[in-house]
Design a protein around this ligand. Structure first.
Ligand code: FES
Length: 257
């Protein structure tokens, strides 16, 4: 299926999507990565008030999506059925209990299959206490549910910093540079950056190096270019049903702007 064909199928042209991809970051997520390297990670010394919340909050998506009505609310584990994903913000600044637009890290939360034969991740990574690369829940023995495997990724493409999406537009090119179980085993599209076509495999977490600062980080493996490295994950835990992110090393996320 061609770009135009795939995009038209859902009422969008590629040009519209690229424009949208550049604009979406201003819509309730993060204004610029200047925020990552300066204001957001190290709060301004004088005028900073409010609190930075590690809990993830839903952000509204510009097209109709299942989570739009939840924008501004904490992201809940139980909202995520198998293969569901949503956009959110992590480490957003809140003042008077209100989210300050343009602060925090844009993220994607995705529940993948708890398919232990096809999931992989490095084991020797230093993470904040209580956090893991995945949230994992084993199947309850008294029924045949499938258990839960959920991850959070930083939603800025490593190619040119657009905003990759999860199942908001159909993938049209399935040529992959390495195993892609999300597609090849489960017939679900991987994480997709519409701007130039990069795709990332959410069931394979790998180590990569951030070329901007030399930091070794863990990301979802890139399986289709032009990206040449993984999309960084955000270590995760669940507290009181809410999804919470934990900072491993700010240098994992410092490559835009
Ligand atoms: S910015 Fe994502 S593919 Fe180019």
């Amino acid at each position: 299926m061609s770009w135009e064909g795939g995009d038209r199928e859902r009422g969008w042209t590629r040009r519209e999507w690229v424009r949208f991809g550049m604009a979406v970051g201003t819509i309730g997520t993060i204004g610029s990565l200047g925020a990552l390297s300066g204001r957001q990670l190290i709060p301004p010394p004088i005028e900073f008030t409010g609190e930075i919340r590690e809990t993830l909050y839903y952000t509204r998506f510009p097209t109709a999506q299942w989570w739009n009505d939840k924008a501004g609310q904490p992201m809940k584990l139980r909202d995520f059925e198998l293969w569901r994903g949503a956009t959110g913000v992590w480490r957003g600044l809140f003042q008077n209990d209100q989210y300050v637009p343009g602060t925090g890290f844009p993220v994607l939360v995705i529940r993948v299959a708890r398919d232990l034969d096809n999931l992989s991740a490095p084991a020797d990574v230093e993470l904040p206490e209580g956090f893991d690369l995945w949230y994992d829940e084993e199947p309850a023995p008294e029924n045949d549910d499938e258990g839960v495997r959920l991850l959070v990724v930083f939603d800025r493409c490593v190619h040119l910093c657009c905003y990759p999406g999860w199942h908001v537009i159909a993938v049209s090119d399935f040529s992959y540079v390495s195993a892609t179980p999300t597609k090849e085993v489960h017939d679900e599209d991987p994480i997709y950056c519409i701007c130039h076509g990069s795709q990332y495999e959410p069931m394979h977490l790998v180590k990569d190096v951030n070329p901007k600062n030399g930091a070794v980080y863990v990301g979802t493996k890139y399986v289709h270019g032009p990206a040449t490295r993984g999309l960084p994950v955000v270590p995760v835990k669940v507290e009181g049903g809410n999804i919470v992110g934990g900072m491993p090393d700010p240098r994992w996320y410092a490559y835009c702007g």
